[in-house]
Write a protein that binds this ligand. Structure first.
Ligand code: NAD
Ligand code: DAU
Length: 351
């Protein structure tokens, strides 16, 4: 094997697409997927590659420093792609401590283990930290987030991600840890846990439940198809410059209510329903506390330096996403019923 890579959070939404891409594209790499399998971790996301010879799953919690140190000693990782995190803003409002623990302390544990393992020779090593555009705060009607935009996180989630970004840069500065950071906009696509806007609304439309739009619905997000994020991570991991930050975005801003209307229209067509049927499910509800008004990424740097650009339009990506959910009813049923939790026991406990 040419390299042993640690991917954290590989059973989650984005992580599973990154693991699949790396396992299939780089048979000469040994890929270790480390995941605690919280409510958001689902090994059913990786059924197609779980028996690949270059793939290993390790159930571990990044807040457990001893276990993380043991795994670094066992595998001597050459690189880390760190995605494990608590990722849902609404949950961070209910329970901030889980976010501080995993996103801040968990990242520190990984940095410490990497520093110890790599201290005698940092050559060719790389700590890749996957972060979010939310660290930059909220935009008005104009402007974009640049890599140089000052941090101004507004939710416990984004504050914990900002703290982890600062730690990574501090380890780079203080201990010469070779790192890259990417800050990405909102992802959507297959395997997205149905508590976030797009998969929740797809599920609710299918089951004729209300579509809970927060506040006036005029909040704006920049949406990127998850497979394009995974492609960007591959490019930055292999071609990004040490110590640099790259913003990743979809060049694709939508007000929530306009997105929801497009989703309703497309779902009506795909489900053979009368036009306008799904829109009747829209229900405006109380706003998210501290709700960021607008995010928009300027992804010129990654485009210019590495040639990355989204490969699908939003209409194509949304259509593929809806098709995936309609064709993978079992996945959705397992998630909504909680049955996906049994998969780990069936698949791994007796091995
Ligand atoms: P997700 O919630 O779907 O997955 C997170 C994964 O991390 C899960 O598999 C979970 O089991 C695992 N995990 C959580 N706590 C852990 C712990 N203590 N130890 C080990 N594993 C743990 O999240 P996602 O949407 O796939 O996001 C992945 C990363 O990308 C996160 O760092 C997030 O901040 C970042 N990000 C997400 C988006 C987005 O739109 N979803 C956009 C930009 C950046
Ligand atoms: O910008 C990147 C971030 O995008 C990531 O860092 C986060 O991990 C990811 O969860 C996502 O955060 P958001 O808060 O933007 O995503 P969410 O899908 O929760 O919400 C998108 C928008 O839709 C937001 O303005 C809130 C709104 N919303 C969300 C839900 C779940 C609703 O109006 N109703 C809802 O039920």
């Amino acid at each position: 094997m040419k390299k042993t890579l640690l991917i954290t959070g590989g059973a989650g939404f984005i992580g599973s697409h990154v693991v699949r891409l790396f396992v299939n594209k780089y048979p000469e790499y040994r890929i270790i997927n480390l995941d605690a399998l919280t409510y958001a971790g689902n090994l059913e996301n990786l059924k197609d590659i779980q028996d690949s010879p270059n793939y290993t799953f390790e159930k571990a919690d990044i807040t457990d420093a001893n276990r993380i140190n043991e795994l670094f000693a066992q595998y001597s990782f050459d690189g880390v792609i760190h995605l494990a995190a608590e990722s849902h803003v609404d949950r961070s409002i209910i329970d901030p401590n889980a976010f501080i623990s995993t996103n801040v302390m968990g990242t520190a544990n990984l940095l410490n283990a990497a520093r110890t393992t790599w201290k005698d020779n940092m050559e060719g090593k790389r700590f890749y930290h996957v972060s979010t555009d939310e660290v930059y705060g909220s935009l008005g009607e104009e402007g974009f987030f640049l890599e140089t935009t000052p941090y101004d996180p507004q939710s416990p989630y984004s504050a914990s991600k900002a703290a982890s970004d600062h730690l990574v840069r501090a380890y780079g500065n203080t201990y010469h840890m070779p790192f890259v950071i990417t800050n990405c906009s909102n992802n959507y696509g297959p395997n997205h846990f149905p508590e976030k806007l797009i998969p929740l609304f797809i599920n609710n439309i299918c089951t004729n439940k209300p579509l809970p739009v927060y506040g006036d619905g005029k909040y704006t997000r920049d949406w990127l198809y998850v497979i394009d994020h995974a492609r960007a991570i591959d490019m930055v991991f292999h071609g990004g410059r040490d110590g640099e930050t790259y913003n990743i975005g979809g060049f694709n801003e939508w007000q929530n209510i306009e997105l929801v209307k497009l989703l309703c229209k497309t779902m009506d067509e795909k489900l053979g329903r009368e036009p306008g049927t799904s829109e009747k499910l829209i229900a405006y509800i109380k706003d998210r506390p501290g709700h960021d008004r607008r995010y928009a990424i300027d992804a010129t740097k990654i485009n210019k330096e590495l040639g990355w650009y989204p490969s699908v339009t939003f209409e194509e990506g949304l259509s593929k996403t809806i098709d995936w959910y309609l064709e993978n009813e079992e996945w959705l049923n397992h998630v909504t019923s909680g049955d996906y939790k049994k998969y780990y026991d069936t698949q791994y406990t007796h091995r």
